[in-house]
Write a protein that binds this ligand. Sequence first.
Ligand code: UDP
Length: 443
Amino acid sequence: MAQIVGRCDRCGTPTVRRTREGGHLCSSCAAGERAIDQATRAEPGVQAQLYGPTRAVQRRPGRGRTFSVPSASADRPLRIALLAPPWLPVPPSGYGGIESVVALLADALVEAGHDVTLFAPPGSRSRARVVSVLDRLHPREIGASVVEADHIARAFSHLERAAMRGEPYDLVHDHSGWVALAMADRIQVPVLHTVHGAFDDNAQRFYAEHATKAALSCVSRAQAATRPDGVLVEAVVPNPIDVQAWPTDVPKDDYLLWVGRFTPEKGPHRAIRVAQATGRRLILAGPVQPGQEAYFSERVEPHLDGSQIRYIGEVGGPRKLELFAAARAFLMPITWEEPFGMVMVEAMAAGTPVIAFARGAAPEVVEAGRSGLLVGDEDAMISALEDAAQLSPAECRASVAERFSPAVVAAAYERVYRTIAMPVAEPGAHLADDGHAEEAVAA
Ligand code: UDP
């Protein structure tokens, strides 16, 4: 057996491998570097800047891998555990951005031949194997730590039992919130944690403390750019959308559309001002979440007149699709660094151009001049209404299909998965004391 010659410069694992420069690099980190190189190469039809790492990776592998290392080739199907949040079913019936993303990703990964288990609340449906560790939904307790901790602890137990049965997962892809990342170094399976929200003050503190416990991915470069100092982001992968699900045969009506959570950051009050200044009809849709009642009653409700400016509540199903497709333009007057903005992608998929304030991910998501327009303020938004109406619905859809279809997004994630998954034993390899595969080198 080859001798341990030092510790990997990246992760500290005892290694038998020297780099040409005289340092040390374990086989896992070396394989990660190769895969990252591949992942950063642009693909035809894919906007390269939406993919790939934001900086060099310094990944800490999962700890104490004591079960056997899979012996299949590097392109073997992966055994993936997807962690959904515990609040709503996957896919959601109405509001539920993360749940939609998880639903599409799960199906696309199964389509690509992977073995996927989806840990999601009861009532979830997927082509993946669905495991519901909780016995009911929690739509009224979103964010309650008692629910999230219960969901994650039970899912982690499931992962451990699978490993003990000799059926370990290659990796966990976590979309669930906070608890899984905070505890990611307590399980044996490597974790990829997708950051769905903004890096606000709480998130800054949280990720500064816990980010090293897993690999992190962001959903836009804008979001990644706001990460705390020192936090490493393994890759930027956008959210997927099933473009085929959006109708193409809905006649256009002459209303402007705003859809989202009623919060000042999403800017419905500014959409109202644009409509009032132009006399255009505006439809507003979305939930008023706990804590936002005062904003809604003070800044939105007084302007609703049931005809020119209408609020139609939360929408879902076929009604939502038609609402997006029939709109003349979709307004995104955000007042914050929007991490992604699924509603923009949905509008474009429905053939509706987006007029967005050029903040957060909007400049990455909207192809200005093709699928929408980027503006700096309400006056510019008003001026852009006529130009936006000239944009082709087919081009709006194509812009989305090329960059955000589930197959494209799943392929991007797959490349990331292979950089963090359980290392594959290579000829002449042996297991180090902690189960890490190490390459034997000639003395
Ligand atoms: N949504 C919905 N019904 C509504 C309002 C919103 O289904 O009445 C969906 C919307 O279509 C999108 C998601 O909720 O898929 C919101 O995601 P986005 O990224 O735009 O905003 P977030 O609320 O996640 O910041």
